[in-house]
Design a protein around this ligand. Structure first.
Ligand code: ZN
Length: 226
């Protein structure tokens, strides 16, 4: 037994040294990778909740339903960006899951910045191809007025009215083959549907390619007697 140990002592010792150094290397690599990721995230916005709702004409009952979430995504420059989405608390978890999926798929999202940046002007935000959710407008019917809808890359996925051919935003261009553009079979559209969202591309009066909504806003329920 002693001879056995003597014979293999050196090999065993070398093996242990090698094992420890590999483990050490892996840890260092992981640390390096984390640092690199943190270094390369471009911050598109970093509002506080108060800043994100400032200037909105929405009543307190609506504001209290909202949540400001951070999302990361690959933008059109292929770099990782961090933005924020102001959404109804009811869909906050869904949106986190969807943006994780969007990142995994490397589906390019130009920017995700609350509409306060555009002075609450939805047209300006859309023309800038900016993704957003809450906007207190068209309050009698819009899911955006309660943060229950999100518009993804609006310039690339415009809203096209079937009869008048009116297009929103005005500079919108729907080129189905371009990265960042949605269609009925697109994995991002399927992911939204899986989580119970309706897609505007299936609406009867218009093709609202950018738009996803979920649930029924309270006001609508009252109006419909539900
Ligand atoms: Zn919309």
């Amino acid at each position: 037994m002693y001879i056995f140990y003597k014979k293999y002592y050196f090999s065993i010792a070398m093996f242990i040294v090698l094992l420890l150094s590999c483990n050490h290397k892996t840890k260092n690599n992981n640390i390096q990778r984390i640092v690199i990721i943190q270094d390369t995230v471009i911050i598109d916005c970093n509002y506080t909740f108060e800043q994100a709702i400032s200037g909105s004409s929405a009543p307190k009952t609506i504001i209290n339903q909202l949540s400001l979430i951070n999302v990361t995504y690959y933008s059109t420059d292929n770099k990782l960006h961090q933005g924020q989405l102001l959404v109804n608390k009811k869909i906050a978890t869904d949106m986190i899951l969807i943006f994780e999926f969007i990142k995994e798929q490397k589906f390019p999202v130009k920017s995700v910045i609350p509409i306060v940046k555009y002075g609450w002007n939805d047209e300006s935000s859309m023309e800038d191809n900016n993704t957003s959710a809450f906007c207190y407008r068209n309050v009698s019917y819009s899911f955006h007025a309660q943060g229950l809808a999100v518009d993804i890359n609006p310039r690339q996925n415009p809203c096209v009215y079937k009869f008048s051919k009116k297009i929103e935003p005005k500079n919108g261009k729907y080129q189905i083959e371009k990265a960042g553009t949605l269609n009925a079979k697109h994995p991002v559209v399927l992911k939204f549907k899986e989580l119970g969202f309706r897609w505007g591309g299936n609406f009867s009066q218009k093709y609202d390619y950018q738009h996803f909504e979920k649930g029924t806003p309270k006001k609508f329920r009252k109006k419909n007697g539900k």
